[in-house]
Design a protein around this ligand. Structure first.
Ligand SMILES: NC(=O)c1ccc[n+]([C@@H]2O[C@H](COP(=O)([O-])OP(=O)(O)OC[C@H]3O[C@@H](n4cnc5c(N)ncnc54)[C@H](OP(=O)(O)O)[C@@H]3O)[C@@H](O)[C@H]2O)c1
Length: 330
C-alpha cells in the first residue's frame, strides 16, 4: 500500500476547504512513530484549520485533527512496540503537522501517551483535548485547595467542547456545578451533563463597575475571557480558584488587585498544548480512573471520516453539539 485516505485542506481557487483524498505516504512528515489512526475527535480548532485559518495552520495542503487515538505501526527508536495503543493530542498535531483526520499520522515519540488501563480508544477521543483541558484545570484548582465542600463551581461557555466536558467532570468529581450558556435551548442538555443551575451569559458579565461583588461561586472554569473572566474573579468566594482556558469573547482581562489581595483568589492559567510529559500522563491516568466520567448518549456521536469536511463547516456555523469523533472503521 503506497497511499492512505485523509481529509486534506487545500487552497482551491483562493479559498481553503477540506475534502477527502487518497494521498501518498510521502505526505506524512518524517517523524519517529507511524500510527494507524482508529479514532480522531473534531474540535473547533480543527474546523478553523480545515477552512484556512492561518492563525492555526500556516501552510496548505494540510490535514487537520489535533486529537487522535490509534495503534503503533513502527517506532524508529524502538520505544513503542508495534501494536501499542496510544493517544496523541495537542503539541503541533493538526496545527502545522498533518493531523488525526487520516488513516495514518507520523509524530515524535514524546507526543504519545500509551493508552492508560481503564481507558478505551473511543472514550479517549470522546474526551479528547476538551476533557483533558478541563481535567488539567481541575487538577490545578485542587492543588490550590479547591474542594467540593467550598461551594459551586461556575463553568462559562458551558455548551462548548471544553465547557461541557468541564460540567460533566466537575459533577462526577463531587462538585456542585453552575453553568453559564448563551443557548437557552441547551439548558436541559447541560443539566443532563450534571449542572444543577444554568444561567445566561449576562449573569456572568457584570456591568456595575464595582471592584468586588457578593460571592456567587467558590471557583470557576472560564472559556470566554474579557469581562466575563473579570466578573468571575470579582464574585468568587474567599480562597477560591478561577482557571482561565479560553478567549471566545475576548483575550483581554481588565481587573483590579482586590480579588487577589482581599479575597485570596487564585487565577490559574491552563495550557494543554505544552503540558510537561509527566503531568500529561498523570492527567490521562486520572481520566482513566477516578475522573472517568460517563456522558449521556446525546453528548457524543461517532461518524465516518467522509462526514468530517461537512461537519467542520457546520461546526463553524454553530450547528453542532457535543463531541464528534471520526471512527476510521466506518
Ligand atoms: N488553554 C488551552 O489549553 C485550551 C485548550 C482547548 C481550548 N482552548 C480554548 O478554549 C475555548 C473554548 O474551546 P472549545 O473547543 O470548547 O470551543 P467551542 O466548542 O466553540 O465552545 C465555546 C463556547 O463558548 C460560548 N461562546 C461562544 N461565543 C461566545 C461569546 N461571544 N461570548 C460568550 N460566550 C461565547 C458558547 O457556549 P454557550 O453558548 O454555552 O455560552 C460556545 O459553545 C476557546 O477559546 C479555545 O481556543 C484552550
Amino acid at each position: 500500500m503506497d497511499s492512505y485516505k485523509a481529509v486534506v485542506a487545500r487552497d482551491r481557487n483562493g479559498t481553503v476547504s477540506p475534502e477527502i483524498e487518497s494521498v501518498p505516504f510521502a505526505f506524512l512528515p518524517e517523524n519517529e512513530v507511524l500510527i494507524k489512526v482508529h479514532y480522531a475527535a473534531l474540535n473547533y480548532k480543527d474546523a478553523l484549520s480545515g477552512n484556512g485559518h492561518t492563525g492555526i495552520t500556516r501552510e496548505y495542503p494540510h490535514t487537520p485533527g489535533v486529537d487522535a487515538a490509534g495503534v503503533v505501526v513502527r517506532d524508529n527508536n524502538g520505544i513503542f512496540m508495534p501494536g501499542t495503543e496510544v493517544i496523541c493530542t495537542s503539541f503541533d498535531l493538526g496545527m502545522n503537522t498533518n493531523g488525526g483526520f487520516a488513516e495514518y499520522i507520523c509524530v515524535p515519540a514524546k507526543w504519545l501517551i500509551p493508552l492508560p488501563a481503564g481507558m478505551s480508544m473511543p472514550l479517549s477521543m470522546v474526551y479528547g483535548t476538551a476533557a483533558y483541558t478541563a481535567a488539567l484545570a481541575l487538577h490545578k484548582m485542587e492543588l490550590c485547595g479547591q474542594s467540593p465542600e467550598m461551594g459551586p463551581i461556575m463553568v462559562t461557555g458551558a455548551s462548548g467542547g471544553v465547557g461541557s466536558m468541564a460540567v460533566a467532570l466537575l459533577s462526577h468529581a463531587g462538585y456542585t456545578v453552575h453553568a453559564a450558556s448563551g443557548k437557552s435551548d441547551h439548558h436541559e442538555y447541560l443539566k443532563n451533563l450534571g449542572a444543577t443551575a444554568v444561567v445566561s451569559r449576562e449573569d456572568v458579565d457584570d456591568q456595575s463597575g464595582r471592584p468586588l461583588l457578593r460571592p456567587k461561586w467558590a471557583g470557576a472554569i472560564d472559556n470566554v475571557g474579557g469581562n466575563v473572566l473579570s466578573t468571575l474573579l470579582k464574585a468568587c468566594d474567599r480562597n477560591g480558584s478561577v482557571a482561565t482556558i479560553g478567549l471566545v469573547k475576548s483575550p483581554e482581562l481588565i481587573t483590579t488587585v482586590y480579588p487577589f489581595i482581599l479575597n485570596g483568589i487564585n487565577l490559574l492559567g491552563v495550557d494543554s498544548a505544552e503540558t510537561p510529559v509527566a503531568l500529561r500522563h498523570e492527567i490521562w491516568r486520572k481520566l482513566a480512573a477516578k475522573w472517568r466520567f460517563a456522558l449521556p448518549e446525546s453528548a457524543s456521536q461517532f461518524v465516518s471520516l467522509e462526514e468530517i469536511p461537512d461537519l467542520m463547516a457546520r461546526m463553524l456555523n454553530g450547528e453542532t453539539t457535543g463531541r464528534i469523533v471520526a471512527d476510521m472503521s466506518k
